[in-house]
Design a protein around this ligand. Structure first.
Ligand SMILES: Cc1cc2nc3c(=O)[nH]c(=O)nc-3n(C[C@H](O)[C@H](O)[C@H](O)COP(=O)(O)OP(=O)(O)OC[C@H]3O[C@@H](n4cnc5c(N)ncnc54)[C@H](O)[C@@H]3O)c2cc1C
Length: 229
C-alpha cells in the first residue's frame, strides 16, 4: 500500500507531531508514504507522479480533499477561492456583499496568525461549522438590533485522528492552553469513541444508539468494521 501526498507531510492541516506519529505507524504497518509527490496522471498500470516516477497499482483510491460545489463558483459576482468557497470577512459577511453571509465548509474565513502562530484559513471541520453557526445567530440578532457586528474567532479544541483498529492519535485544546496536549493509544481511542457516540446520540437519540451499539457488539466478529459518518 502506498500513500501519495503532495504536501511535505501527511495530515498537513494538523500539528506536525500528529503527522510524525501517523507516518511512523504507517511505516510499521508496511505502508509506503510518498510525501511531496504530486499525482500527474492515473494510468491503467498505476499512478504517474509529476517527477516522472510510476507507482504500479491495480487499485487506486483518489482522496484529494474537499471542494465546494461548482455552482458556488463566482455565484452572483461574489468572490470565491480555488475550491469555490465564498471568501468572507471576519464578520462572516462575504467580501463583496455585506448582506450575504457564509458559514461552514462553503466559507473561506481567514485564521489570523495572532490566534495560532501561523496564518491560513479556518479549516473545513465540524467544530468550525458549529462555532460559526452559533456566532451567526448572534450576528443576526445584532444586525436586527442595528448594532455593529462582531468578528468571528475560531477556537481550535484539537483533533483526533483514528487510524482504524491500529491506533488513534490526537492533540487536545489546540492552542487554547498555549500549546497542545498530545494524546495517543487507549486514551485517545476512548476519547474518539466517546466523541463518535456523542455525535450519534445528537443525531439519533439514546434508544436507537443504545440498541445499535448492542447490535454492533454482537455482530462485530462477522461484519466488516466500517465507520460511517
Ligand atoms: C467523510 C468525512 C468525514 C469527516 N470527519 C470529520 C471529523 O471527524 N471531524 C470534523 O470536525 N469534521 C469532519 N468532517 C468535516 C465536517 O463534516 C464538515 O466540516 C461539516 O459537516 C461542515 O458543515 P456544513 O454545515 O458547512 O456543511 P455540511 O454538513 O456538508 O452541510 C451542507 C448541507 O447542504 C446540503 N446541500 C448541498 N447542496 C445543496 C443545495 N443545492 N440545496 C440544498 N441543500 C444542499 C447538503 O446535502 C448538506 O446536507 C468530515 C467530512 C467528511 C466528508
Amino acid at each position: 500500500v502506498s500513500v501519495i501526498e503532495a504536501a511535505p507531510r501527511v495530515l498537513p492541516a494538523l500539528p506536525e507531531r500528529l503527522s510524525q506519529t501517523t507516518e511512523s505507524l504507517l511505516a510499521k504497518l508496511g505502508v509506503q508514504v510518498h510525501t511531496q509527490a504530486k499525482v500527474a496522471e492515473v494510468l491503467p498500470s498505476g499512478v504517474k507522479l509529476a517527477d516522472g516516477r510510476l507507482l504500479p497499482a491495480e487499485l487506486v483510491v483518489w482522496a484529494a480533499g474537499v471542494k465546494a460545489p461548482d455552482f458556488l463558483k463566482d455565484i452572483a459576482g461574489l468572490e470565491t477561492n480555488r475550491t469555490h468557497q465564498l471568501v468572507v470577512k471576519p464578520t462572516l459577511q462575504t467580501s463583496r456583499d455585506d448582506d450575504v453571509f457564509a458559514i461552514g465548509d462553503c466559507a473561506a474565513c481567514a485564521w489570523p496568525e495572532a490566534d495560532h502562530g501561523k496564518g491560513g484559513m479556518v479549516p473545513p471541520r465540524a467544530q468550525a461549522a458549529h462555532q460559526q453557526a452559533s456566532h451567526m445567530v448572534r450576528q443576526i440578532n445584532l444586525r436586527l438590533a442595528g448594532k455593529p457586528l462582531r468578528p468571528y474567532r475560531y477556537r481550535d479544541f484539537g483533533s483526533l485522528v483514528s487510524l482504524g483498529e491500529f491506533s488513534t492519535v490526537g492533540n487536545m485544546m489546540g492552542g487554547l492552553i498555549g500549546g497542545s496536549l498530545m494524546v495517543e493509544g487507549l486514551f485517545a481511542r476512548t476519547m474518539y469513541l466517546s466523541l463518535y457516540k456523542m455525535h450519534e446520540l445528537a443525531l439519533h437519540g439514546f434508544a436507537k444508539v443504545a440498541l445499535d451499539t448492542l447490535a454492533r457488539l454482537i455482530v462485530r466478529r462477522t461484519e466488516p468494521h466500517v465507520k460511517l459518518h
